[in-house]
Design a protein around this ligand. Sequence first.
Ligand code: NAP
Length: 252
Amino acid sequence: MSSNPFDLSGKVAVVTGANTGIGQGVAVALAEAGADIALVARSDASETVGLIEKAGRRAITIKADLSTIEPCELIVDEAASALGGVNILVNNAGIIRRNDAVDFTEDDWDAVVDTNLKTLFFLSQAAGRHMIDNGGGSIINIASMLTFQGGIRVASYTASKSGVGGLTKLLANEWAAKGIRVNAIAPGYIATNNTAALQADETRNRQILERIPAGRWGEPGDLGGAAVFLASDAACYVQGHVLAVDGGWLAR
Ligand code: NAP
């Protein structure tokens, strides 16, 4: 047994949307801390597999489309049988649709809420059942600044990420006594595909940078330390918390 409370040796983490962006950054950080990783992705995740293997850990890829809850139980079963269990779940996969509230469509509502909130809940349920039967675990949800703020032109995204904050607390309340910790990370503005349009818009990019005390966009790797902390015994008494990793955005 390691004396380092951040050590994840012997743990298995399932990370959704791990082919790119924040999911890739978190998956690699968990591997560098010692965990084997089941990458859940609908696109090619070989780059992330390579980075995890370079860190000396095992990686498997589970192909799944998370726009429906259909693959949830299979993901947990496959990860557990290939890697020997599931101790950590990172619910990272997510999408965003932008439109004025007066024009927002049902499709843009359903697509975002189904992926970001409904699947997050039912994958947590599948992992939670496994963890309850196997000595507990840690679930980390990727929230957003829009877990705290309203945003603009992103009605379904704000609804979904505000919902992620609520579900994080609900699941923490129900499962703390069963040995499962449920927390969330709220990233600030991170340079990924998800924010490519904002980075490319000169005015928005300048406005965003002016408000970030750290004076720069975050990188996916900036989320790694928070994920390792919440996944590990170092956070053994941290429950139902939404940890902002935002370069100071919310403090402004
Ligand atoms: P990203 O680079 O676009 O990554 C999103 C990930 O989710 C990709 O792996 C994507 O797969 C996956 N995904 C989306 N829909 C899926 C589906 N139906 N089935 C399977 N996988 C699906 O964006 P990101 O910024 O890293 O986003 C990761 C998470 O962080 C999201 O929940 C996002 O809301 C949240 N977040 C991001 C920021 C930011 O500033 N970037 C800020 C706050 C919160 P594909 O590559 O195949 O599309």
